[in-house]
Ligand binder design. Structure first.
Ligand code: SF4
Length: 288
């Protein structure tokens, strides 16, 4: 029996992996990361590489066009656009948006399925199931993350992977994840120390106002990337973030992210953020 842990480069999945290794032993655990079609920040990519080389090996999977599955094969523009590529071409984040003619959003979060889950399922099928190796999956989901996750069970059957999925750290707080890893002597993704709440995609389509502000102040090249994608796809990257927000192109979102509550008054975070760039401003109390 193998125990497969999804590893995103964030602290929750890292804590979940630590738990699985203590419980089942390193030989029985597989850590797996999907590179999300190249949409991770280079700091996260480098962190995962270092982690894999020095702490625990991480299996890296890359999404391919065929990870779109049977969806997108119905007649219409999506199928036409899919046919512009080979099935074994890399499915980058912007290519996914181009084929789907829109970016994913909180309500249509197809990025998670096609860029993270499907490539991992493909790997499990090819490397475990086809060799008759049983496996269960583990995810670093916590109940206090959101109302939606408040009732996360201990384990449940996962039809998508056709195996059990377990949530061993569901009752942990974010701070507990940091504490456990610190005690274990494991480094965490440096982006936390810079104040980011989410470290998966750069930026995530669900990024908070504060995260957008941090990306634009510290890594404006991530905003440039999104601006280029918006131009080639012809759609906005973010859904309207506040009621009544009509123009939602990336530069407007960045402008809005620098305003105080209500989106009208300017505040000074850009200057503050730029001034303390490099200092620990994490909201998780990482600064000692
Ligand atoms: S981190 Fe955000 S953008 Fe990336 S796959 Fe998940 S939901 Fe999509």
């Amino acid at each position: 029996m193998k125990h497969v842990v999804g590893f995103s480069g964030g602290v929750d999945s890292q804590a979940c992996l630590w738990w699985a290794r203590q419980r089942f032993g390193d030989d029985n655990v597989i850590a797996m990361n999907s590179d999300v079609g190249g949409h991770e920040h280079p700091i996260t990519t480098e962190f995962i590489k270092q982690f894999s080389e020095t702490v625990f090996p991480v299996v890296q999977v890359t999404p391919l066009v065929r990870d779109l599955g049977t969806r997108g094969t119905r007649p219409g523009k999506t199928r036409d656009r899919r046919q512009e590529f080979n099935e074994d071409d890399v499915l980058s984040f912007d290519r996914l948006a181009y084929i789907k003619q829109r970016f994913p959003s909180r309500k249509a979060q197809f990025c998670t399925e096609h860029l993270k889950l499907a490539p991992q399922r493909r790997w499990c099928d090819e490397n475990l199931r086809e060799n008759d190796i049983e496996f269960e999956r583990y995810a670093g989901v916590r109940c206090d993350e959101s109302n939606k996750r408040a009732d996360t069970p201990d384990r449940t059957w996962d039809d998508y992977f056709n195996c059990w999925i377990n949530y061993p750290i569901r009752c942990w707080t974010k701070q507990e994840c940091f504490s456990v890893l610190k005690k274990a002597g494991e480094e965490v993704n440096p982006l936390y120390r810079m104040g980011f709440g989410r470290v998966g995609c750069a930026p995530c389509v669900n990024a908070s106002k504060g995260d957008v502000r941090e990306w634009s102040a510290r890594f404006p090249e991530m905003i440039d990337k999104v601006r280029d994608w918006e131009e080639s796809v012809g759609k906005t990257f973010f859904m309207p973030l506040v009621p009544g927000m009509e123009i939602n192109w990336i530069d407007d979102v960045v402008k809005w992210s620098k305003t105080a509550h209500g989106g009208k008054q300017p505040m000074l975070p850009l200057i503050e953020v730029e001034a303390d760039a490099g200092m620990c401003s994490s909201k998780y109390g990482l600064c000692e």
